[in-house]
Design a protein around this ligand. Structure first.
Ligand code: ATP
Length: 219
């Protein structure tokens, strides 16, 4: 219990994405968020079959393997490969329901997403139910602004809390926006660099680059 007598729940974060490939933009944001929100753990969850974009050419197996390699040695970051084990489209709501059941009561769950993801949130399967299962933590991202009008803006307005401590007082239902160190790195740019035969060094861990080279990915 906090000094005010309200519960202070441990928090687990989940960051979904294609991670095609995982890079320092993902990893640094993940770690800063762990420290900022004092998350017990942040799970990076590669999507096997993303519903809102073309299925990546690089297999889910390789994308998850690269996440696994990238987080090795940082116990607070974990690769969560559950969407690879489910047939069909990788709907986030299904993963949240599964995670909620695994965590049981007494732990808050935080779904982390960049501003770019929030802009398309109303296209997500059962998007209005996401907050029944988790809080949402939005990462401000260079070059992206939050929606200012429409259903998504209204949703943000209704559920947004300014104090991240609110996330510890219930298991789900709040939205918070976190400004982290902006790193203008994207997987798209890394794929373009590699396809052009240029070096992507220092944009992602060397261990991931070694994996890409060993499996001749993105050529
Ligand atoms: P792509 O360029 O292929 O669209 P991406 O670099 O945006 O990929 P995703 O795997 O789609 O990476 O991203 C997973 C999640 O991480 C998304 O919520 C996205 O907003 C966030 N994210 C991606 N890059 C960054 C970054 N540089 N800083 C902070 N968040 C990021």
């Amino acid at each position: 219990m906090s000094a005010l007598g309200s519960p202070t729940l441990p928090l687990v974060g989940i960051l979904g994405g294609t991670f095609n490939p995982v890079h320092y933009g993902h990893l640094r944001s993940a770690l800063e968020l762990v420290e900022r929100l004092q998350l017990a753990q942040l799970r990076l969850m590669p999507s096997a079959e993303p519903p809102h974009r073309d299925v990546p050419q690089c297999s889910a197996f390789h994308r998850a393997a690269m996440v696994e390699i990238a987080v090795a040695g940082e116990a607070r970051l974990v690769c969560d490969a559950r969407e690879l084990k489910r047939a069909g489209k990788s709907y986030t709501i299904d993963s949240l329901i599964e995670l909620r059941a695994e965590l049981g009561s007494g732990t808050g769950l935080c779904l982390v997403m960049g501003c770019d993801a929030v802009l398309g949130i109303t296209q997500w399967h059962r998007w209005q139910e996401l907050l029944d299962w988790a809080h949402i933590v939005v990462i401000a991202r260079p070059g992206w602004a939050l929606p200012r009008s429409g259903e998504a803006a209204q949703w943000l307005h209704e559920h947004r809390v300014d104090d991240p401590q609110c996330l510890r007082q219930r298991e789900a239902g709040c939205i918070t926006i976190e400004e982290l160190r902006p790193l203008a790195i994207s997987s798209t740019e890394i794929r373009e660099i590699l396809a052009a035969g240029r070096s992507a060094r220092y944009l992602l861990p060397q261990s991931v680059l070694d994996y890409i080279e060993a499996h001749t990915l993105y050529r």
